[in-house]
Design a protein. Structure first.
Length: 259
């Protein structure tokens, strides 16, 4: 006849097993939580580094350091900064091209007169490119664009990770800075358009008065004092517009925008 099992011993064994299981589960959860925190720190560090880069000068190569949903957020933010930087760099490349910077040089005027076909074409192309690029930057700084960079449906814990994303990319300070950049892009676009229009006007003036001008030994020689005076006036107006670019750069309302 079997001995009766001691209920107390059975309960103790069950509780022991349950305790061991809970301890194991707790350890696993703690390890997971620690790893999650580590990934979050990696993400925050990477985004901080990216946000401190110079959009016009630094390399925005995309290398993902975090994992899981953090990696998805990291990639979205880094792609955003890279696109922003690419547009800024392309603007700089167009504005520093020799064909543009020397458009009013005696050498170019002598070569392209009397119709200045190439010069007019260069200005038209730059206008179109600048309008597109500045529009891209303005759109990237728009609230709707920033908030749509991350798709909640692709996140496991949507609310947590999306809130984390907003914490990294759309704080009150970020909103303020993006608004500054948008305003700066509008001002830059208007000033640049005004500048290019004035260059175009000067070329047209030279074209109309070609019989009053001589291009010789890399010099532009005006046969008429009246024609020279009018051209100097246009040049002064161009210089006044050019000074606006310096004012845009020094404007306190754009401080910290990095553009």
């Amino acid at each position: 006849m079997d001995k009766k099992r001691n209920p107390k011993k059975i309960i103790k064994k069950i509780l022991l097993v349950i305790g061991i299981i809970i301890t194991i589960l707790a350890s696993i959860l703690i390890i997971i939580a620690i790893k999650q925190l580590q990934q979050e720190e990696i993400l925050k560090k990477e985004i901080l580094n990216y946000s401190n880069k110079d959009l016009a000068l630094d390399n925005f190569k995309i290398e993902i350091k975090s994992k899981g949903d953090y990696a998805y957020i990291e990639e979205a933010i880094k792609k955003y900064y890279k696109e922003l930087s690419d547009n800024v760099k392309e603007i700089n490349s167009y504005l520093t091209k020799e064909e543009f910077t020397k458009i009013l040089s005696a050498e170019n005027l002598a070569k392209d007169h009397p119709d200045f076909t190439l010069s007019h074409s260069t200005i038209k192309n730059i206008k179109e490119k600048m309008k597109k690029l500045l529009g891209n930057i303005e759109k990237l700084c728009d609230e709707k664009t920033v908030k749509s960079l991350v798709d909640k449906e692709k996140l496991n814990d949507a609310e947590y990770y999306y809130d984390l994303y907003l914490e990294l990319m759309y704080t009150k300070k970020d909103i303020k800075e993006l608004e500054k950049v948008k305003e700066k892009m509008k001002d830059l676009s208007n000033t640049l358009g005004e500048f290019l229009d004035k260059v175009d006007e000067m070329l047209t003036y030279l074209q109309i008065n070609d019989d009053q001008i001589e291009y010789k030994n890399n010099q532009v020689l005006f046969k008429s004092e009246t024609t020279l005076t009018e051209y100097k006036k246009l040049l002064t107006e161009l210089q006044a517009i050019a000074s606006k670019f310096a004012n845009l750069g020094n404007n306190k309302s754009t401080e910290g925008s990095q553009i």
